[in-house]
Design a protein. Structure first.
Length: 345
């Protein structure tokens, strides 16, 4: 088979052959065959894989759900390391049903939960790391979530960003408050955002969370499992909000830090947040190339096609909880070239 040949050429692990195809698998592969009249590379984006459900993180997969998704991907796609997928895209030499898996930010559960599942299913992934959090830091959204989750206070307010009297007297109210604060903080300038998070933690008497990210040794363990490492800036800023000097430093220093840890070239970059124009601009694409990267990925919800700019390749992930809905949206997106509306229930 074409995918088997691609795997042999790259040295990629083969997916286990003892997984039984369902009727849905067979129908799904027929859909993919129709979709692949145009060569394409589906690049999936994940962030965290949790041991168990967390109401504060409804968009993240649990280990059980991720294992189901991984099995479906291994059975139905030709899963390639992203670097190889991009090279085959450049040469217009993609196998049928080509797909690559990526993770952003650098969470510890990527190593402890996600990577063993990937290995079990013969899959690899590229992990894009925000290097400023490797030595015990936490991203602003996680600090907000942990403050709202762990506080003993029954309410809080942040009038500076228009949030008055938020109840924290139940889990649903804490979840709602955390995500309201994240929404207000996300596009604040970095210093203002940091000050707002620190203010919240002080008000709620919760020290900053610092245990959710990978460290240097964990990163090396992930690489030694056959995974690929890419850069995702230092502090995960919105590049479009920075002056050019700071933006280039975020891009360049993340690559330099990872190269020093891994002792190997770091060739791929992921734009934080990743929406073209809103989160990064053409000048940032040039900065990524000038920093020494060979390709970069965005979060445009499309399938990568031959001829696309290798410094602005699209990625997306179906958000459906049911594996068949996940697969259906992925297949439809591959056929249409754009993200589809939610599957009706």
């Amino acid at each position: 088979m074409e995918c088997d040949q691609a795997r042999r050429e790259s040295g990629s692990a083969r997916a286990p052959t003892n997984q039984r195809d369902s009727i849905f698998d067979r129908v799904f592969r027929l859909t993919l065959a129709l979709a692949d009249r145009r060569p394409g590379l589906s690049v999936l984006l994940f962030h965290r894989v949790l041991d168990s459900p967390d109401p504060f993180r409804p968009g993240d997969l649990t280990a059980e759900r991720f294992a189901t998704v991984a099995g479906m991907l291994a059975r139905n796609f030709c899963a390639l390391p992203l670097e190889e997928g991009i090279e085959r895209l450049r040469k217009n030499a993609l196998p049928k049903a080509a797909l690559s898996i990526t993770f952003d930010d650098g969470y510890r559960d990527n190593l402890e939960v996600a990577a063993p599942i990937l290995v079990e299913h013969g899959l690899t992934a590229t992990f894009f790391i925000a290097t400023g959090f490797l030595e015990g830091g936490s991203m602003f959204n996680d600090r907000i979530i942990e403050a709202c989750k762990r506080t003993r206070h029954a309410s809080t307010a942040l009038p500076a960003v228009g949030l008055e009297a938020m109840d924290l007297d139940s889990v649903p109210n804490r979840v709602a408050a955390a995500h309201a604060i994240i929404g207000k903080a996300k596009y604040l300038p970095f210093d203002q955002r940091s000050a707002l998070v620190a203010q919240l933690e002080s008000q709620l008497d919760v020290p900053p969370d610092s245990g959710s990210m990978l460290d240097r040794q964990s990163l090396l363990r992930l690489r030694n499992m056959g995974m690929t490492i890419g850069a995702h800036t230092v502090t995960h800023p919105i590049l479009a909000q920075l002056d050019d000097r700071k933006a280039f430093a975020e891009i360049h220093e993340s690559r330099a830090h990872l190269t020093e840890i891994l002792r190997e070239p770091v060739r791929m970059f992921a734009y934080p947040n990743g929406r073209p124009v809103q989160d990064y601009a053409a000048k940032h694409i040039r900065m990524v190339a000038e920093a020494g990267f060979e390709s970069a990925v965005s979060t445009s919800p499309l399938t990568a096609r031959p001829g696309m700019n290798l410094y602005e390749l699209p990625r997306f992930t179906p958000w459906d909880k049911a594996a068949w809905r996940f697969a259906a949206r992925l297949g439809l997106t591959r056929m249409s070239g754009s993200e589809m509306a939610p599957v009706a229930t």
